[in-house]
Write a protein that binds this ligand. Structure first.
Ligand SMILES: Cc1ncc(C[n+]2csc(CCOP(=O)(O)OP(=O)(O)O)c2C)c(N)n1
Ligand SMILES: [Mg+2]
Length: 541
């Protein structure tokens, strides 16, 4: 808290600092960049090559900090704001928070055709959208955006600042930073959920991204072990439950493990926690009849949106899981006597499923089978020290099912909307938040073409990420050919680039890449792969 007189630009910079913002990421012109206001307030400004990447980076930071680190985005009025919609929309759909501070046209022209209005256009992809029209209201206006971004279902908040406002003098600024509050579930609903889960023959837990945001990983494991119940995650929830745990089913997506599909269909009680149950091609579609669906979410608007539940438990995922553990503990003995059966049922299906995929995962053919790359990546990297993600298209489907993760927040899964190129920004954001981790994105031609030039942001800003590019010279599911030598592009942009054509070189190349990254060099490994669109679709078998 402080009392000073300053202009709007400096006031916003100070507010950001008070809010704990560490990075202002975006694209000029914007006074927070141009006047070095952010820098002077101790905030690191980062300029990307594309506004979308900037949003993706701060989205990545938010995700890998469980929404604690709410960062700021800035861009120019007009074209900057027009070009940024995608980035904000992606974070809105995936529920990742940040505060966007786009400049706007001067107030005299703000509502004049054809001037782009962020206030109007961003309404559908932000939690709150406001326009700053009074310098003395700068504190309360920006505060509302942070408050929205930090609380409940975390999503972007936006304040459009007409460009004539930046130089306006602010009277006394007295700013208190916002905080986040958790909501606890209705005890009656928790008791009812416990009754159902304990009485179930085949209880199955489905964990979503809310478990990451609530940091509910430990109680999730405890509840699963208490109930002796298998655990699936959504794609966004991937890594909320260790995938090497005997009760793990893996992540539900367009390509998913056979054991997951088996148990989702077999469950007589399906407990979705921290999930939206959104019907999407990249999520599960549970049967709604002949079972009991319990839906726990912190956003009541998810309940009965796409999937009709039998019981809703509204609240923070961690508080809900902890409350459930207490209720369940009073209802069950230590050993329910079915752990071994459940585990061997999972294991048998999993082994059979992996055996069916063995030929792909270890394929020696040339061009390289992309599953071979994913499998070698899975084998080579140290799972305790990574954060991985994959892009839209087949790379997502290869990774979601066959890249196993064991640590909370070691995977950034997404697919509520699927903008090509999102993965690079996510990986760079993760690296900024966790410089000690190996941050990896796996993407294809379509994604590289859209945001590949932001590899230069990684080299210029010293953000050493490992980019795995599966180059099949086309958009495989769209029969659209592309070409280019992107390993050379990566080199030309100041990083390390290597093109790999020999399947025997896949693992050694990954090791070389990891070493380059560890030495501080952003690295692009370009694997020349077959066009391959085979997915694991047990639902269609
Ligand atoms: C911005 C955007 N436009 C269109 C799409 C639709 N889309 C999804 S995947 C894809 C092709 C991806 O091709 P590529 O990156 O080469 O991966 P591949 O499937 O070939 O491995 C397209 C066009 C999208 N996801 N994002
Ligand atoms: Mg491709």
């Amino acid at each position: 808290m402080y009392l000073v007189t300053m202009n709007v630009t400096d006031a916003i910079a100070e507010i950001l600092a008070e809010e704990g913002v560490e990075h202002l990421i975006g694209f000029p012109s914007h006074p927070l960049f141009d006047d070095e206001a952010a820098k002077k307030a101790g905030i690191r400004p980062i300029v990307t090559r594309q506004e979308r990447t900037a949003a993706h980076m701060i989205d990545g930071i938010a995700r890998v900090t469980s929404g604690d680190q709410v960062e700021a985005f800035a861009c120019q009025h007009g074209p900057g704001t027009e070009n940024s919609v995608g980035g904000v929309a992606q974070s809105y759909a995936e529920s990742a928070p940040f505060v966007a501070l786009p400049a706007g046209y001067s107030r005299a022209k703000t509502n004049t055709d054809p001037k782009f209005s962020s206030l109007v256009t961003y309404q559908s992809v932000t939690k709150t959208a406001e326009q700053l029209t009074d310098a003395d209201a700068v504190g309360e206006t920006v505060r509302r955006a942070f408050q929205a971004a930090r609380n409940g279902r975390q999503r972007p908040g936006l304040v459009e600042i007409p460009k004539d406002m930046f130089s306006k003098e602010v009277g006394d600024l007295d700013y208190e930073p916002t905080s986040s509050t958790r909501t606890a579930p209705d005890p009656d609903a928790v008791a009812a959920a416990a009754d159902e889960l304990v009485a179930a023959d085949v209880p199955v837990i489905y964990a979503g991204q809310g478990v990451h945001y609530a940091k509910g990983w430990e109680p999730l494991k405890e509840l699963a072990e208490l109930l002796e119940a298998p655990v699936a995650t959504s794609l966004n929830g991937k890594s909320a439950f260790p995938e090497d745990h005997p009760l793990a089913l893996g992540a539900g997506s367009k390509s998913e493990p056979r054991q997951l599909n088996h148990f989702i269909n077999k469950a007589d009680v399906l407990f979705g926690v921290g999930c939206s149950f959104t019907k999407t091609a990249y999520g599960i579609t549970p049967p709604e009849e002949d079972n009991t669906i319990i839906h726990s979410t912190n956003d009541p608007s998810d309940v009965d949106k796409d999937v009709k539940s039998d019981l809703a438990v509204i609240g923070d995922a961690k508080l809900t899981l902890e409350a459930l553990i207490e209720e369940v503990e009073g209802r069950v003995d230590d050993d329910r006597g079915r752990y071994d059966d459940v585990v061997s049922e999972i294991d048998a299906i999993r082994e059979e499923w992996l055996a069916d995929w063995e030929d792909d995962l270890t394929d020696d053919s040339t061009p390289i089978n992309p599953y071979r790359v994913v499998n070698e990546l899975d084998n080579v990297v140290d799972k305790e020290n990574i954060i991985a993600t994959a892009d839209a298209g087949n790379p997502r489907d290869f990774m979601s099912a066959f890249f196993e993760v064991t640590e909370p927040l070691s995977y950034m899964g997404w697919g509520k909307t699927t903008q090509l190129g999102y993965s690079l920004g996510l990986a760079m954001g993760a690296k900024l938040a966790h410089p000690e981790k190996l941050c990896i994105n796996v993407w294809g031609d379509g994604a590289v073409g859209m945001l590949g030039m932001d590899f230069e942001t990684a080299t210029r800003e010293d953000i050493p990420v490992l980019t795995i590019y599966l180059n099949n010279r086309e958009m495989a599911s769209y029969d659209t050919p592309f070409f280019g030598n992107y390993a050379e592009v990566a080199e030309a942009l100041g990083g390390y680039g290597e093109r790999i054509e020999d399947p025997g070189e896949v693992a050694p190349a990954i090791r070389r890449g990891v070493e380059k990254v560890e030495n501080g060099t952003p690295t692009m490994l370009e694997f020349m792969t077959q066009k391959y669109t085979k997915k694991s679709r047990p639902d269609l078998e």
